[in-house]
Design a protein around this ligand. Structure first.
Ligand SMILES: [Zn+2]
Ligand SMILES: [Zn+2]
Length: 124
């Protein structure tokens, strides 16, 4: 898959059965819808797929799977891109850390995110 932001090839990273695609160019992360479910955000109200799109001055980008323009959604103060037909969500560098710090994850999966953070510097 190609990065929706910078066009580089995404790299698949797997940990605790969760696969995410990471961009070595811009440091963003792509989660397929099924992978996102595995991450285990405890509270359904933080499910990005249920959010209505918001207007944003940020440049739109296309879903790496279907090439449709993605919607911006504001989940708990973090602006994410989601595919309009639910293929997945894109986190710019730093957004994944912002998001997981603002919601509760099942503890095993917090470790997955910590791992991603250590290896790919999502906290920077
Ligand atoms: Zn990129
Ligand atoms: Zn799509």
């Amino acid at each position: 898959m190609i990065c929706p932001k910078c066009g580089k090839m995404l790299v698949v990273v797997e940990r605790n059965k969760i696969e995410v695609d990471w961009c070595p160019g811009c440091g963003g992360f792509w989660f397929d819808a099924s992978e996102w479910k595995l991450l285990g955000v405890k509270d359904d109200k933080y499910d990005p797929f249920t959010y209505e799109p918001v207007k944003s001055r940020e440049k739109g980008c296309k879903c790496p799977i279907c090439r449709k323009f993605m919607y911006k959604v504001d989940v708990n103060g973090v602006l994410l891109d989601k595919c309009p037909v639910y293929h997945g969500i894109w986190f710019d560098k730093g957004e994944l850390a912002d998001f997981v710090n603002s919601v509760n994850l099942k503890s095993k999966n917090s470790k997955t995110v910590n791992f991603l953070g250590e290896v790919f510097n999502i906290n920077q």
